[in-house]
Design a protein around this ligand. Structure first.
Ligand code: PLP
Length: 496
C-alpha cells in the first residue's frame, strides 16, 4: 500500500485529522480499493513518523464514518460499500414530460394553491440600492449577538434530551410561556396566564393558524385599509371575503363595522398600537367601541401588536386584550422586531377554549418551534437582557426617527408630510411627487436610494403619493443622504 499524505505540523488541523483526510482521499480516488487491508497502526505510525495514538485516532474516525472496518484478528480493511455510495442515489433515466403536464398540475392545484399563482409583494420589493428605507427589520448591527451566542452555546453544550427531542407540548417551552406572560402583563397590560401563551414561528404563523381554525371559504373578515398585506394574503388564501375598513388618524373606523352587519363579520384584524402602515394609534373610545362591537356580534378580534415596544413619547398604550373581558381577542406579538426576524419566534395569547385547537394545529403544521432558541430566549428575558436591549433600541430608533423627520422637512419641505404617531420602526410619509409612485420609485433608484409605496397596503385603489420609510436600520448619516437623494429624484433625476 502506498500512501502519500503531506502532514504539516503548522497546519490548524491536528495531525490525526490530516492523516484521516489523506486516507479518505486515497480511498475515494480508488488508490485503496474496497476490501484492501490497511497497514497496522504500528506500521503506519513508523512509516509516517507519527505516534501510534495519532494513527489509531484517524483509523477510529474512518471506522465510525463507514470507510474502514476492523475484522478481529485479521486487521483493518477498506469497506466494500463506501458512505458516499450509500448517500448518493443513482440518476434514473429521465422520462420526457408530456406537454400537458404543466397544465395538468395547474388544474390539480387546490384553492389555496391557485390563490398563490400571482407573485406576492415581498418578491417584487427587493432592490439593492446602497441606501434603502426598507422597513420591517431592526438594526442588525445592534443585535446583541455576543450575549445571544453565549446563551445558545450554553444550552447546546448542555445537550439536554428534552431540548433535543420532539416537544411534549407543541405550545412551547413552559418557562418561556411563563416569561412571556410576565413580560406582557408588565409591558403591555395583557391579562393572561402562561397556559394561554403559545410560542409560534412568527406573528405570520399566528395569523395563519388562527385563520385556518376560524375561517371557512366565504366567511367575512374585516381588515384595516390600508393595512398589513401579510394579513390580506393569509385570510384570502383561506377563501375569506375581505371587507376593507378605512383607517384615519385615530385608527380603524370602528363605526364602519356596524354598517356591515349583514356581512356577518367573523374576524377583524387590527394593529391598534401602531397601525400598519399609517402609524395611527387606536384611540381609547374606539378601543372600547371595538370591544363592544365584538361582544355584541360574537366576532373575534386579532390584535397584532408587532412593534408596540417602540413608542417615543407619552405613556405606552395598553393592549386592547387587557381592556376587555371575555374571549373576544387573540393577541399576537413577535420577537422579529425587538430581536431579529430570522429568529422566527413569536407569541400568541388566546382565549382558553382556543388553546387546545391551536396546539393541534401547530403540531400538524410543524410540530413545534425550535427548542434551543426557546431555551436561550427564556434566559434572555429572565435575566433582564431583553428589557435592556429594548431600552437601548428605543433610544436609538427614536433619534433615527427624529432625524428622518428633520431631514424630510429640511430637504422636501411642504412636499412631504409625516403622518402617524411618534413610534415604531418605519413611518408613512405623504410626498407630492407629481408622478405615479412607480415613476418616483424608479427615479429614486436612479439616485441609488429605495423606498416603498404604500399602494400594496390597500385592498381598494390606493390614493398614491404615500410611502413607507423604514429608519431603524439606517444610521443618521445614511438617513440624511437618503433623503437628499430623494429630493434629487424629485428635482433633478439623473438622465439614463
Ligand atoms: C404588522 C405586521 N404583523 C406581522 C408581521 C410578521 O412578523 P413575524 O416576523 O413575526 O412573522 C409583520 C412583519 O413585518 C408586520 O409588519
Amino acid at each position: 500500500m502506498n500512501l502519500t499524505v503531506s502532514l504539516d505540523a503548522k497546519d490548524e488541523a491536528p495531525l490525526h485529522r490530516q492523516l484521516y483526510g489523506g486516507i479518505r482521499r486515497a480511498i475515494l480516488a480508488g488508490r485503496f480499493g474496497p476490501g484492501q487491508r490497511l497497514p497496522s497502526t504500528r506500521a503506519m505510525a513508523q512509516s509516517l513518523g507519527l505516534s501510534r495514538t495519532t494513527v489509531a485516532q484517524s483509523y477510529d474516525d474512518l471506522i465510525s464514518e463507514g470507510y474502514l472496518i476492523t475484522v478481529r484478528g485479521s486487521g483493518t480493511f477498506v469497506c466494500q460499500e463506501l458512505p458516499e455510495e450509500l448517500l448518493r442515489s443513482r440518476p434514473s433515466p429521465s422520462v420526457p414530460a408530456p406537454q400537458s403536464a404543466g397544465k395538468r398540475l395547474e388544474s390539480n392545484l387546490s384553492r389555496y394553491g391557485r390563490s398563490l399563482a400571482a407573485p406576492l409583494h415581498f418578491e417584487l420589493a427587493r432592490t439593492n440600492a446602497p441606501i434603502s428605507f426598507s422597513y420591517g427589520h431592526p438594526d442588525f448591527e445592534a443585535v446583541p449577538f455576543r450575549e445571544w451566542g453565549r446563551l445558545l452555546s450554553r444550552h447546546c453544550r448542555s445537550g439536554s434530551r428534552k431540548m433535543l427531542d420532539y416537544a411534549d407540548d407543541p405550545l412551547g417551552h413552559p418557562p418561556l410561556r411563563e416569561a412571556v406572560a410576565r413580560y406582557l402583563g408588565v409591558a403591555r397590560a395583557v391579562q393572561c396566564s402562561p397556559d394561554q401563551v403559545v410560542i409560534l414561528n412568527g406573528a405570520q404563523q399566528s395569523l395563519d393558524l388562527v385563520a385556518r381554525l376560524i375561517i371557512d371559504p366565504g366567511d367575512a373578515v374585516a381588515l384595516e385599509n390600508p393595512g398589513y398585506p401579510g394579513s390580506f394574503h393569509t385570510f384570502r388564501s383561506q377563501g375569506a371575503r375581505l371587507i376593507p375598513i378605512p383607517v384615519d388618524a385615530s385608527g380603524i373606523a370602528v363605526s364602519q363595522l356596524y354598517r356591515h352587519s349583514k356581512a356577518k363579520i367573523k374576524v377583524v384584524y387590527v394593529t391598534p398600537s401602531h397601525q400598519f402602515p399609517t402609524g395611527a394609534a387606536l384611540s381609547l373610545p374606539r378601543r372600547l367601541e371595538l370591544l363592544a362591537w365584538a361582544q355584541q356580534t360574537g366576532a373575534l378580534i386579532i390584535e397584532d401588536d408587532y412593534d408596540s415596544e417602540y413608542r417615543y413619547g407619552g405613556r405606552p398604550i395598553p393592549a386592547l386584550q387587557g381592556l376587555g373581558e371575555g374571549d373576544s381577542v387573540v393577541y399576537v406579538g413577535t420577537f422579529s422586531k425587538v430581536l431579529f426576524p430570522s429568529l422566527r419566534i413569536a407569541y400568541l395569547v388566546a382565549p382558553r377554549k382556543l388553546v387546545p385547537l391551536i396546539s393541534r394545529a401547530k403540531w400538524l403544521a410543524d410540530r413545534q418551534t425550535s427548542y434551543v432558541e426557546q431555551y436561550a430566549l427564556t434566559d434572555f428575558i429572565n435575566d433582564g437582557s431583553l428589557e435592556r436591549h429594548i431600552r437601548r433600541m428605543r433610544t436609538l430608533y427614536s433619534s433615527r426617527r427624529q432625524a428622518l423627520v428633520r431631514h424630510l422637512n429640511a430637504h422636501l419641505g411642504s412636499r412631504a408630510t409625516v403622518i402617524g404617531e411618534n413610534a415604531g420602526m418605519q413611518l408613512m410619509a405623504r410626498i407630492s411627487t407629481g408622478m405615479t409612485d412607480e415613476q418616483f420609485i424608479a427615479r429614486a433608484l436612479g439616485c441609488r436610494v429605495s423606498l416603498s409605496s404604500a399602494g400594496h397596503c390597500y385592498l381598494t385603489e390606493s390614493r398614491g403619493g404615500e410611502f413607507i420609510m423604514g429608519f431603524a436600520g439606517l444610521g443618521e448619516k445614511s438617513i440624511c443622504e437618503g433623503v437628499r437623494r430623494l429630493a434629487q429624484a424629485l428635482d433633478n433625476p439623473p438622465r439614463n
